[in-house]
Design a protein around this ligand. Structure first.
Ligand SMILES: NC(=O)c1ccc[n+]([C@@H]2O[C@H](COP(=O)([O-])OP(=O)(O)OC[C@H]3O[C@@H](n4cnc5c(N)ncnc54)[C@H](O)[C@@H]3O)[C@@H](O)[C@H]2O)c1
Length: 262
């Protein structure tokens, strides 16, 4: 489905980013996979060997403008930018009664990657996407959607939550301003998905037995992304909830697409 396309995936050394990179390559795209971790090079080699696609692994930090520019220049060398997956994200607990110093340090750490990184990478890509059109996918969280079986917005991760709520502004504004160029902008808003980040939240990295049965797999979310491309909609927050089928679902009414309808 994606033959001849070039995709950029941020934070692709593990977890959801690795699954997105693999799925895009399986669907025929060439992929520029980058991460702050060196191991992204090995992950890229493995995906290239599995799929026969060109998959380039680059060590780069999405919160650094010069790194972002190098990533996009490399993608342009590979043929352009058709798909951008803004996946790189960091998670930290910042209880509201934590120290001023911790709150401000966490603000910089989280926002530089989860929010400013998305701004810089997307802005660097858009000029290259305008001629052919394409897809921007922001990786958000179900916290920005109405609660289903589980509550949203964990109380001790206020900055992480805020960084993902902030993405709503980008998803909504860009989907409107880039529609005339055939650039679709959506967000995937998943609940608990089995990745190193999620395991890091649990003691010894182990899920409680009942939860382990329910937690979603990154491959399910990657398939949801491909289904979203096939659907061709823009400007939506697409949810994925633990215990429910992972699907794109019916299109939302324009005034419901960002707040979401569960
Ligand atoms: N796993 C979940 O349950 C879950 C739920 C909702 C949303 N998310 C979101 O999904 C995305 C991926 O999360 P994950 O669970 O796979 O996490 P993860 O920590 O397992 O993987 C994230 C990857 O991003 C990389 N990264 C972090 N900062 C970076 C930076 N500045 N530049 C480049 N790479 C950077 C990390 O090195 C890591 O390889 C994140 O945006 C996260 O907030 C995850």
């Amino acid at each position: 489905m994606l033959e001849g396309k070039v995709a950029i995936v941020s934070g692709a050394a593990q977890g959801l980013g690795e699954a997105f990179a693999r799925k895009l390559a399986q669907e025929g795209a060439d992929v520029l996979a980058f991460d702050v971790k060196d191991t992204v090079a090995d992950v890229a080699k493995k995906i290239a060997a599995e799929t026969g696609r060109k998959v380039v692994g680059m060590k780069a930090d999405v919160s650094k403008r010069s790194d972002v520019e190098k990533v996009v220049a490399k993608a342009v060398e590979m043929g352009g930018v058709d798909i951008l997956v803004n996946n790189a994200g960091t998670h930290r607990k910042t209880p509201v009664d934590s120290s001023w110093e911790q709150a401000v340090a966490d603000w910089d750490f989280i926002m530089d990657t989860n929010f400013k990184g998305v701004l810089m990478l997307s802005r660097a890509c858009v000029p290259h996407m305008k001629e052919k059109g394409g897809d921007i996918v922001n990786i958000s969280t179900y916290y920005v959607l109405p609660a289903r079986s589980d509550g949203t917005n964990q109380p001790d991760t206020d900055l992480y939550n805020a960084s993902k709520w902030a993405l709503n502004g980008f998803t909504d504004s860009w989907s409107k301003s880039l529609e005339e160029f055939g650039i679709r902008v959506n967000a995937l808003c998943m609940g608990a998905t089995d990745t190193p980040m999620l395991r890091g939240i649990f003691p010894n990295g182990e899920y409680p037995a009942d939860f382990a049965k329910l937690v979603m797999k990154p491959e399910q979310i990657a398939q949801q992304m491909i289904d979203l491309f096939k659907d061709g909609r823009t400007g939506e927050n697409i949810g994925a909830w633990v215990g429910y089928p992972v699907e794109v679902g019916p299109r939302k009414a324009p005034n419901k697409r960002i707040s979401g309808v569960a």
